[in-house]
Design a protein around this ligand. Structure first.
Ligand SMILES: [Zn+2]
Length: 354
């Protein structure tokens, strides 16, 4: 793949809501943008990589193997019944709202009847956020586990964990202070196998990994990490404040919890926690990004590089909360957001009354 120069605001992605609306008034404009994102150097056959030509029906034909394909085939927009103007509007809100958007709010914003459609669109967008082969965390990394999600314990009485999910968090420490990037994942248990799998998939070998004294971390040194085990007692002995141990994962966990309660009002079930954590990590790692439009570009760029996500896979473990799925004939068939010029409706009254 040809390395592209970094994208320009106002040329490669819209700088503002106004620009977004001006660039993408029709489904055809959206499709052209996806084509440009997927094949910046022109059509390349997904099967054999050769070039080809455009057919009359907006598909492409490979000049070498003869395969016919469309811009959206093999991406998360494959066979979508939701018009691209609706997808783009959903993606704009998802990417540009500082804390994202809930399915309930998106349903309102898009003025679509189906909560399920909004819910599934957001989950498909979330599922593209983890780029295969992304860089591992490096340098000095703090790792710890905690319970995240579910309802607040006081609402349920006692110490019921409800739908809380055991979650492991890794955060880079910056010199002289502050946090770098983070990674999070739900865990089945806090065993050595689970924790070591997470660390090897998230942190560069050779990095310094700081953990507490939990035995699940004992194998890290053998895996090539410089393992720095801290205990409150050792911290006190060396004059450190034990409350500041593993401060980075604690801080990230509390931000994630606040985000789940704020944007999603805690209505996140354990089965989909991985997807929500991926969204949180995506936002956290881009928290210093100056341009929100750039995030819109990044999400769509990932979306055309990601394979289809079937609805069955999204609901495999648990159905969306609000309503059972609606019958197939109405599922996903939201009207396009294409809009004809409105012709200054605010002037109409004076015509009628005048
Ligand atoms: Zn081909």
């Amino acid at each position: 793949m040809v390395a592209m120069e970094s994208p320009h605001a106002g040329r490669d992605y819209p700088r503002s809501l106004g620009e977004f609306q001006a660039w993408f008034p029709t489904d055809a404009d959206c499709l052209d943008y996806l084509e440009w994102l997927r094949w910046p150097e022109g059509f390349a056959c997904p099967t054999c990589g050769h070039s080809g030509w455009r057919l009359g029906d907006r598909r492409f034909m490979c000049s070498a193997c003869g395969a016919r394909t469309s811009v959206t085939a093999g991406t998360i927009f494959d066979r979508t019944r939701t018009p691209l103007t609706v997808w783009f509007t959903a993606c704009w809100h998802f990417a540009t709202a500082k804390d994202g958007i809930s399915a309930r709010s998106l349903k309102r914003v898009l003025a679509i009847g189906s909560y399920q459609t909004a819910w599934a669109m957001l989950h498909r967008l979330r599922s593209v956020l983890v780029r295969p082969g992304r860089d591992l965390l490096a340098g000095t990394v703090e790792v710890d586990e905690t319970y995240i999600g579910g309802e607040e314990p006081e609402l349920r009485g006692g110490r019921a964990k409800g739908k809380k999910v055991l979650t492991v968090i890794a955060v880079e420490l910056r010199e002289p202070g502050g946090f770098g990037r983070c990674r999070m994942a739900p865990l089945i248990d806090a065993s050595g196998t689970s924790l070591e799998t997470f660390v090897t998939q998230s942190v560069n070998p050779g990095a310094t990994v700081i953990t507490d004294g939990w035995m699940g971390y004992h194998g890290l040194a053998k895996l090539g990490y410089r393992h720095d085990r801290r205990s409150p007692r050792a911290a006190r002995a060396s004059g450190e404040d034990p409350n500041r141990l593993l401060r980075a994962p604690h801080r990230v966990a509390s931000l994630a919890k606040r985000w789940l309660l704020g944007t999603h009002q805690g209505s996140v079930d354990g089965a989909h926690m991985n997807n929500y954590l991926n969204e949180f990590v995506f936002r956290f790692n881009r928290r210093r990004s100056r341009s929100r439009g750039m995030l819109f570009y990044r999400v769509l760029e990932l979306a055309v590089q990601h394979g289809p996500v079937r609805y069955q896979d999204l609901i495999a473990t648990r159905r969306p909360r609000e309503k059972p799925p609606v019958p197939p004939q109405t599922h996903g068939c939201s009207p396009s957001l294409e809009r004809p010029p409105a012709d200054r409706p605010w002037r109409r009254r004076s015509i009628h009354s005048g």
